[in-house]
Structures are given as C-alpha cells and as structure tokens.
Design a protein around this ligand. Sequence first.
Ligand code: NAP
Ligand code: MG
Length: 402
Amino acid sequence: MDKITMTTPIVEMDGDEMTRIIWKMIKDDLILPYVDLKTVYYDLGLPHRDETNDQVTLDAAEATAKYGVAVKCATITPNRARMEEYKLKKLYKSPNATLRSALDGTVFRGPILVKGIDPYVRTWKKPIMLARHAYGDVYKNSEIKIGGAGKAELVYTEANGIEHRQLIHDFTGSGIIQGIHNTDKSIENFARTCFEYALSRKMDLWFSTKDTISKTYDGNFKDIFQTMYDKEYKASFEEKGITYFYTLIDDAVARVIRSEGGFVWALKNYDGDVMSDMMATAFGSLAMMTSTLVSPKGAYEYEAAHGTVQRHYYKYLKGEKESTNSVATIFAWTGALRKRGELDSNEALVTFANKLEKATLDTIEAGMMTGDLAAITTLQNVKKLNTEEFILAIRDTLEESL
Ligand code: NAP
Ligand code: MG
C-alpha cells in the first residue's frame, strides 16, 4: 500500500514523561507506516523549554496560528518540586496557558464513547462537548470585607471624567462585597469560537446563563451570542441542519441530564469550571477525554485532557510494565489529521483518521484494553494489556480494515 501523502504540515508539540513515551509509540506504530507524515516539530518537553527559556512554546503558538492545525502531547506545568527535579532556571508558565493567550482560544472538552465503558447517566448515547469561557467574572474579581455599617457603591468613571454610581447595599452591619467584569471583545471571541466549533463538528450549540436574575451582565452574554448568530451564523447553521439554542442555566442542567447528548454546551467561566469536572466524571474516565483549543482566528490545537501520567512514568523508568491508556492521545492525532485533511480536501487522510479511531474503539470493544478501563468495564472476559501491547493490538485491528 502506498503511504497517504500530505500537502500542508501539522504543528507537532512533543511533551513529557509517560505521554512522551506513548507519543513515539503512536507515531511509530500507528501513523508513520501509513502516512507520509509532514509535521513542523517543536519539543515542548520541559528540558527543552528550559534550554530555550520557553521561547519554543511561543514559537509553537505562532506556528499554530500560521498553519491552522496542531497536535500537542501532555506537558509538565512546573511547580517547586519540578523546579528541583529538572534543575530549572525559573518557574515557567503552563504551556497551555501560553497557547491559550497567544491564540485567544476557547477550550472544548469532550468524552470518547465506547461500548462497555458506560456513562453514569443512562440516557447519554452521544458525547457532550463542553466549552468554557476562559476569561473574567469571578476569576478576575475584586472583593472587600465590610467591617460594619456604611454604603457600598459601584462606580464607573468614563475616560472623560463623567461618573456613574449605583448603590450595591446600604449596610447596617458587617458583610462582604465583590466586583466582577467581562469585556465585549472576550465574549465575542468566545461566541465566535463556539459557533465555528459547532459548525466544524456539525453539532447543535447550547448556551446558558442566568439572565433572568442578572439582566444586564448575563443578559449581555446572551445578546452578544444572539446578535452574532442572527447576523453571521444562522444561514450556515441551517445549511448544516444544526441549531443554536439558548436557555436558562437551571433549565439547561435538567435538559442535559435527560438528553441523549450530541451537542456543544457553552458556559460562562464559573459554570464551565464546575460543570466540566462533573461531566468528565459522569462520562467515566479522564483517560477517555479529549481537549481542543479553538482560536477565533481559525486555528485548532488537539490534545488529551489528562496530564503526563507521572506515576506510570516512574514505574516505566524502573523497567516495570505499566498499563497507560493511549486513547485520548491517539484521538488528539486523529483529530488533527482529520482537520488537516478537511482543510486540504485530502480525503485519504480523513478516511485514515476515521479508520484509526474506529480500530481503537473496536479493539476495546473486542475486550482488549488498558488497566484503567478493565477496572470499570461492563464487558466480560477482558484482557488487560500493557501500554505497548494495547497499541500493537490497535495496529492489528487497523491492518484488517486497510
Ligand atoms: P495525570 O497525568 O492526569 O494523572 C493522574 C492520574 O490519573 C494518574 O496517576 C492515573 O491514575 C490516571 N490517569 C491519567 N491519565 C491516564 C492514562 N492515560 N492512562 C491511565 N491512567 C491515567 O495528572 P498528574 O499525575 O496529576 O499530573 C502529572 C503532570 O501532568 C503534572 O506535572 C501536570 O502539570 C501535568 N498536566 C498536564 C496537562 C496538559 O498538558 N494538558 C494536564 C494536566 C496535568 P493511577 O496512577 O491511579 O493509575
Ligand atoms: Mg475545576
């Protein structure tokens, strides 16, 4: 069989520890034998970030904006312990935070569903992708503890000096106050990435806030989404047969639980923080969760939602056979290859990405899986494989389908 050719490269960001080991296995065993892979390679492994004073992360972000599609391995976010372990020159920022701010992106998280690993919610048949606004509100707040009686006011002074005042509360005793903000620009970028993502996945988009109570603040989120939808996205949504649906957050929560899934759920910063932990747990396993950073400039970066699986790596270094789940990292690769294929009208590449995903799921459904899944599966007679055996089993399944 001739290898599939690529016209445009994807940006490849290598990473750390156990996921770096898996990264190489996936490339060597599941991609390079079939695809004439073109990547622009950046080593975001912690030693190389340190050597370059983290310039490599900035370069990778710039390349992602330029080429439009990237795949990233999990990376260490350094803390004090890591600083000593790796003898770092300084405490670098999280690479994901650097990428997010450089690309002004929104992160979409979603589960990989497979027979035998059941969500805790029985009605969920299709994935629910969660999009969390990553700027402002309570995460950039300003708070005061009120000692006793007194008047608290909200004051906005225009650049030309005109003051606007509003009473928050006339205190008769002690209490607390808090000021929060957001910007139209950030909300617009959030809305745009949500509409673009829903279109690219052909999934309905839900958005929910508490605008009945917070008429101006949450109402502004609702209005920005609605105006953008009516002006710029209505036609293309209708063409693709998908819908945009706004509802109150409490109504949305009830509907999500009763739904069968298959939509994108956009949420304000705090709602997204709380709901994403609930959804990840409810769908079954962190090792089956993908994460996609979508930039309003039209760039996509794919990765697994989990970290570098440090505990398994230390076992690996001692020569022990660990059983690390590579599914989310494989799906990061297939997500990037498929997107590249779609953008370049490279059908062979899209087909290959789909087949590799199917081979991965078929392998699990045939009862061959890593330890984390073997522990929670409803399938009988499963075989627990180590990291490498699992990847080779996927390769066997893939070979049959090619
Ligand atoms: P982690 O790598 O997500 O792993 C936490 C635990 O979850 C593991 O010890 C393992 O449980 C289980 N697990 C996660 N992924 C698994 C997989 N693929 N297969 C099997 N089990 C899996 O989180 P961490 O150990 O707290 O963090 C390690 C490093 O990752 C940190 O330095 C952190 O900064 C970094 N991190 C990076 C990203 C990113 O790049 N996006 C995200 C999160 C964390 P058992 O040990 O019980 O088997
Ligand atoms: Mg959280």
